[in-house]
Design a binder for this molecule. Structure first.
Ligand SMILES: Nc1ncnc2c1ncn2[C@@H]1O[C@H](COP(=O)(O)OP(=O)(O)OP(=O)(O)O)[C@@H](O)[C@H]1O
Ligand SMILES: [Mg+2]
Length: 232
């Protein structure tokens, strides 16, 4: 579904990605791991065409680099960016319907009713503005909003960062549910235990390079890689 080959990226003169290869197959949950500043967000931003990169990114066999950044969501990728970025002066309802679409004719598409069932807390906040929500509510809204585009691939960057423990659990419960529904997901997070449960495969980034990749079973048993690259 998503195939990234030899991706490099720089901010000005400083190169931060050095030939990333990774892929996500349909129905897979794939984790991108690594300590702070190793290039996880940069990999995602390059994939979405939001920072300049070289290499190839194919989505369903189609090269994404020939598509303008604003059209990548239309191609079927839903991004939940680091830092959430919900629309502060739109209500929850408006945030959700602003980008709603079912371009790829999903059989059981996400709509307002279904995302509110997934996140009942949002149902109580429909009339509130984005900037009136707690961090956890904003995160739920960011995920719900991405789902409303009915993405073939959902990308989440640090969706549990900075949230209270109970809210984190709610986000993980949502990811479990999405996985069971067969949603393809690329997830960046630092909570290894949850990722080992939810994800099928993992890539570890170190200073802009993939230094380890494998299944959850392989990562669970490779404690030296966990120590070396994740400081676990
Ligand atoms: N806008 C920017 N301008 C210049 N350098 C940047 C910029 N954003 C990130 N960097 C640098 O690029 C490198 C990779 O950063 P990136 O944000 O991709 O890492 P990350 O793995 O997502 O980190 P974190 O876990 O903290 O989110 C870091 O050295 C960072 O300092
Ligand atoms: Mg990041």
């Amino acid at each position: 579904m998503l195939k990234i080959s030899n991706l490099t990226a720089s901010y000005g003169l400083s190169q931060v990605l050095f030939g990333i290869d990774l892929h996500v197959d349909a129905g897979e949950v794939v984790a991108l791991l690594g300590r702070n500043g190793m290039g996880k967000t940069s990999t995602i931003m390059s994939t979405m065409g939001l920072i300049h990169a070289t290499g190839t990114v194919e989505f369903n066999g189609r090269p994404l680099h020939q598509i303008k950044a604003y059209k990548i969501p239309q191609a079927g990728i839903g991004l939940v960016p680091e830092g959430r970025h919900v629309f502060p002066n739109l209500t929850v309802r408006e945030n959700l319907i602003a980008t709603a679409a079912n371009r790829h004719h999903a059989e059981n598409p996400w709509n307002l009713k279904r995302v509110l069932e997934l996140f009942p807390k949002l149902a109580e906040r429909l009339g509130n503005y984005g900037n009136q929500l707690s961090g956890g509510e904003q995160q739920m809204l960011a995920i719900a909003r991405a789902l409303m585009t009915n993405p073939q691939l959902l990308i989440l960057d640090e969706a549990t960062e900075g949230l209270a423990p109970l809210i984190r659990l709610e986000i993980w419960r949502c990811l479990d549910e999405l996985k069971n529904l067969g949603q393809s997901i690329l997830v960046v997070d630092k909570n290894l235990n949850h990722l080992l449960r939810v994800a099928d495969r993992h890539y570890i980034l170190e200073k802009g390079r993939i230094v380890w990749s494998g299944t959850s079973t392989e990562l669970r048993t490779d404690t030296s890689a966990q120590q070396k690259y994740l400081g676990v």
